[in-house]
Design a protein around this ligand. Structure first.
Ligand SMILES: C=C(O[C@H]1C=CC=C(C(=O)O)[C@@H]1O)C(=O)O
Length: 453
């Protein structure tokens, strides 16, 4: 990237910042055919990595040019306001608008566990350097926020210096970490929680609740998040990959669930609930899949999610359409029922309004939503943090994509936390639900290479 070209973009933004007396975003993009988002993430093990399909997009963001954090249940509305105010006078050199990356806590009312402390209620970054790869090729964006008191020349110099960092060689990490201790609620105790949920369902208090498990590994050295992501990428099947770093910790996952994506006002999502294992032979696997498609308990659990997504979106969209029957979504260790849903955003509404309307869907919370959230807070016994919450990106044109952060792990320097849950409805059996969490945990455990000593 050329310092003089950046300087002219930053100077134009500075003029606007002075005129309006507020910060202005500047972005400049160039083709970068020789850079690969996954290779850069493996090298740096920092920032933000993203690899989603349909539509296919990979991102790697390094450095933070601007941070938007917000707390409380209205955090998304605050992020939305802040972002679009920042982008109102954006100076865009090239075809690519500024793009914000981040995520949020599952539940702002749950007290925050110390290991989740670096992950705010909602936390989004404008990466200083952002590499994207999609059907239009690979593009590198330099993103910057210019304030009335900024020195555009100093900002251009700092951006060029940070650009050199992109090409730094990988830091070596200690060899493979050993597990010192694995802590998890024993199966009978977790199954007792499921039995408790079933009682609440029988009494009519709830019709569905998603209960999750938390497994904590204490390690003798840090995990290499780049190598873990490489392994997730090799076996990603129908999963979308993400990794976000905050203060020495990394939250990463390979999730099958998209919460909502928006392209030029067109929204797409799917209801995802109802699960079965993958079988070793294709014949047996087809039988398991056919059984899942015909299982009344799984179909009921799934249908509750379809109906709730349709209701949630109805106030902010037109042309709302859902598949009439679910299809199978096959992952490495598990297969799910999935029903595609599409709609158009109405004028004046944004993608984050859609996220606010949908989160938490009954695929991760339950029904009625508030009762299920209260049940989870009271009975689950750990802080979900960003697990099962939306993570994603949003650009200055209102396009964006958010996933539900399932099949995920939080890596702190000497600990690793894994999460997996399942929907409990009438007819659920505690032992089967436990088994389901085991197969959901398996892909992340395999990628982490965590084996007890
Ligand atoms: C809550 C999780 O999965 C959800 C998504 C798909 C299928 C689910 C199920 O069948 O129970 C869950 O609702 C998880 O993976 O931690």
């Amino acid at each position: 990237m050329n310092e003089a070209a950046l300087l002219s973009v930053f100077e134009a933004a500075h003029q606007l910042a002075l005129k309006h007396q507020r910060p202005v975003v500047a972005v400049s993009s160039r083709p970068a055919p020789n850079l690969d988002p996954l290779v850069l993430y493996e090298t740096h093990r920092q920032g933000f990595f993203w690899c989603a399909h349909s539509p296919g997009l990979a991102l790697f963001g390094l450095g933070c040019a601007w941070q938007i954090e917000a707390t409380g249940p209205q955090r998304l509305a605050e992020v939305n306001r802040h972002w679009f105010a920042l982008c109102a006078d954006a100076v865009i050199d090239g075809a690519h608008p500024p793009l914000l990356l981040g995520g949020m806590r599952f539940d702002t009312q749950q007290p925050c566990a110390p290991h989740w402390a670096p992950f705010a209620d909602a936390s989004f970054h404008l990466a200083q350097w952002l590499l994207s790869e999609d059907r239009d090729g690979r593009w590198l964006r330099c993103q910057c926020v210019v304030e009335p008191g900024s020195d555009p020349a100093a900002l251009a110099r700092a951006s060029v210096a940070a650009h050199q960092q992109l090409f730094a060689s990988p830091r070596s990490l200690a060899s493979h970490p050993e597990v010192i201790e694995r802590t998890a609620l024993p199966a009978p105790q977790w199954q007792a929680k499921v039995a408790n949920a079933l009682q609440a369902i029988d009494s009519g208090e709830l019709s569905k609740v998603v209960l999750a498990r938390h497994i904590e590994y204490q390690l003798d050295a840090a995990l290499d998040s780049g190598a873990v992501m490489r392994r997730l990428h090799e076996r990603r099947n129908s999963s979308h990959l993400f990794a976000l770093h905050r203060a020495g910790s990394c939250f990463m996952g390979a999730t099958p669930e998209r919460l909502l994506s928006c392209r030029e006002g067109h929204l797409s999502t799917h209801a995802l609930a109802g699960s079965a294992r993958r079988a070793p032979t294709s014949e047996e696997d087809q039988q398991v899949g056919a059984g899942l498609l015909a299982d009344p308990k799984e179909l009921h659990e799934h249908q509750l999610v379809v109906q709730t997504i349709l209701q949630g979106l109805s106030g902010i969209v037109s042309d709302l359409q859902a598949a009439t029957r679910p299809e199978l979504l096959k992952l490495a260790t598990v297969q799910h029922l999935s029903s595609p849903i599409s709609a158009r955003l109405v004028e004046g509404c944004s993608l984050l309004d859609g996220i606010q309307a949908l989160h938490p869907t009954p695929a991760v919370g339950g029904l009625p939503a508030a009762t299920a959230m209260a049940f989870i807070r009271r009975h689950e016994g750990f802080d979900r943090g960003w697990y099962a919450a939306p993570v994603g990106w949003l650009d200055a044109r209102g396009n964006g994509d958010f996933l539900v952060a399932l099949r995920s792990a939080l890596m702190t320097p000497l600990h690793c936390h894994l999460f997996a849950g399942c929907g409990i409805v009438q007819g659920s059996r505690p032992a089967d639900e436990y088994e389901e969490t085991q197969i959901k945990l398996a892909s992340m455990e395999q990628a982490l290479h965590l084996a007890p000593r």
